[in-house]
Design a protein around this ligand. Sequence first.
Ligand SMILES: *Cc1c(COP(=O)(O)O)cnc(C)c1O
Length: 415
Amino acid sequence: MTTGSAVRRLSAWDAERLRGLAEEYETPLYVYDLERVRDNAARLQSAFDEEEISYAIKANTTRPVLSTIEATGVGAECASAGEVERALAAGFDGADVRYTAVNPPARDLDYVVDTAADEDLIVTVGAADTLDQLAERGFSGRLCIRANPGVGAGHHEKVSTGAAPKFGVPLDRVPDLAAEAVDRGFDLVGLHAHAGSGISGGDLEAHRELVARMGELSRTVIADVGNIEFVNVGGGLGVPYREDQAPLDLDAVAAATRDAFGDVDARLGIEPGRYFVADAGVLLTRVNTVKPTPETTVVGVDAGMTTLVRPAMYDSYHAIRSLAADARTREPVSATVAGPICETADVLGEDRSLPDPERDDLLVVGNAGAYGYEMSSNYNSRPRPAAVALEGDEARLAVRREAVADITGLETWSE
Ligand SMILES: *Cc1c(COP(=O)(O)O)cnc(C)c1O
């Protein structure tokens, strides 16, 4: 099987094809290449060939992306009842679907307990309180306990979950809760932890530490309550957002994971989200205003923080490239690429060298396949963008562009 290169850079996307898509579907537009999603899945499966892999679907829930990933045979990790519904609708087998409850709204638990009865879902709890709520609903399905491993990792403090008290049961309380769950008749099948997002070469130590702690915990729990089926050590595999950043060495991460896990008698699992989809997606946006200022040239575009919030929310870097047909003949200028939203944070990139920008130029933003469309919003009454999926030479609309009427259509007030 061909697994493609470890990274797909923004420069590898075909400019002419992207210009054609922007003409046909208008901007802002998300573009997902399903072949690249498949490549990413194949590389994960080859590096983690002994482990159980799930896709954390919150990174990108667009139907063709879900169906493509489902077809590779991995499971689905879901963060809400809505995601469970979408995973099942896309064809994931219920037995391969996990719902990880984080302060779960009652409505989520109602749905999941109901669905679990038919679909054999696994429910992961991160608080004793959630266990009580499952018992109240007569949940009889498979249960997993999420530990707070006390180590976090991530590219930004806002994505580090491993040590944040919000997530999971403190490590030292897990054995008691596991014993209690078994006493109460729950079918305890797994343990889980997730350190956060963005494991890179330098972060491997944090990952190793998390897995080691989970290995230790598993031994204790297995000694106390008997066998469990699996231990899942979360997602967080990073991708190179900067053009000069090296890709993650998946084999090294897999080896470190196995080393730290040792001889625990349970299947080891991982659940990346970003890694499957980040470099399989780009965002196309059109320049609408060029404004030279003493500090920089402000390049106004039609995509902003409501389209792609990562730069505003996490100070994330996304590569930006001009797709102007004559880009090569233009002088580079230092530019700030800013969106149409009335917020100072509404900037896609600062201090970028771009070929002297002109109104109507098309720009492409890289690594937009993960947490892009998913985190889009309607702030400023901005309709959300459209998304197309590429399959070989074919392009198909996956999500239509929202209209203002879609937003106002929810209002019930009439004068
Ligand atoms: C978000 C999330 C993931 C995936 O994180 P990535 O950084 O996208 O790999 C995995 N597990 C849980 C519990 C998550 O919340």
